[in-house]
Ligand binder design. Structure first.
Ligand code: ADP
Ligand code: MG
Length: 274
């Protein structure tokens, strides 16, 4: 399978008509810069997100692209509230979740799921696949039997026998499918996918992306898809946000950004596509 196969799947409904699941305005976030910490006193801070404003339309796949270090993962982690902003607003379904404490976030945790770049680091190596999928289900009081896990595996195209395997007995693409199965079993509203195909060969990439696209349409999921690779974004996403050094240099429907990029940064990323 190639990436082109993806383009032939049906697009999301009318891009302009979509409601925003997230509305982010002037998001700023800094980290302490420990390398420059003086002997006495606090470390100076480096601003990593410098006033981002963007929307994530409901039911669509929004790509976030940019060079390494541009702030993609940091921005994504704010959406799923693994990080809180210094300032600015992060509206989720109309509610500002930017400064909620952990207790207030608890009801949202299941809605906002994340699939990581390296599934080996997020799949417990000592647990069989079924337990990896079942554990969060149990935590949220949504069952968590082996049968539940096998049903989730079925949704990502893995036969029941995979329930008894350990992560190291899976290929990279299969591991990412397990990561996807674990996330979708919780029936979330939003999934942050951070460089989830970066470690895979092109054929496995295309298969995982096609699966994600199909599941998104089927379940009405909203997805933010982080990648440094614009060719992947082109075949998967409805919209794209281009980040450069913590700032948005371009955003819009994928077709428009690819046809007529306004930013030099986007043109450079486009030129890197073989
Ligand atoms: P990307 O995902 O686009 O590669 P990141 O969001 O991971 O970029 O990182 C953006 C910048 O923030 C980088 O300069 C990175 O070194 C810095 N950074 C990320 N996380 C932390 C952290 N926990 N502490 C300090 N600096 C960080
Ligand atoms: Mg990253």
């Amino acid at each position: 399978m190639t990436l082109q196969t993806l383009t032939q799947t049906p697009e999301a409904p009318e891009a302009g008509a979509a409601r925003s699941l997230f509305t982010v305005r002037d998001l700023r976030l800094s980290f302490p810069d420990l390398a420059r910490k003086p002997l006495l006193g606090p470390a100076p801070r480096t601003e990593v997100l410098k006033g981002l404003s963007f929307d994530i339309p409901a039911g669509q796949i929004t790509g976030i692209v940019g060079e390494s270090g541009s702030g993609k993962s940091t921005a994504g982690r704010v959406l799923v509230r693994l990080l809180g902003p210094d300032s600015g607003s992060v509206l989720y379904d109309g509610q500002d979740i930017g400064h909620l404490d952990e207790a207030a976030l608890r009801p949202l945790r299941r809605d906002l799921q994340m699939i990581f770049q390296d599934p080996m680091s997020s799949l417990n190596p000592r647990h069989k696949v079924w337990r990896i999928i079942a554990q969060p289900l149990k935590r949220y009081g949504l069952g968590g039997t082996k049968a539940d896990a096998i049903a989730a595996l079925g949704k990502v195209g893995l036969p029941p026998a995979f329930a008894e395997r350990y992560p190291h007995e899976l290929s990279g693409g299969q591991r990412q499918r397990v990561g996807i199965a674990r996330a979708i079993a919780l029936k979330p509203r939003f999934i942050l996918a951070d460089e989830i195909v970066s470690g895979l060969d092109v054929s496995s990439q295309a298969q995982v992306l096609l699966l994600l696209k199909q599941l998104a349409r089927e379940m009405g999921l909203t997805i933010a898809f982080i990648s440094h690779d614009l060719s992947v974004i082109r075949h998967l996403c409805d919209r794209v946000i281009v980040l450069n050094r913590g700032e948005i240099v371009e955003q819009g429907p994928v077709a428009q950004v690819f046809r007529a990029p306004v930013s030099e940064v986007t043109r450079t990323l486009l030129a890197a596509i073989p």
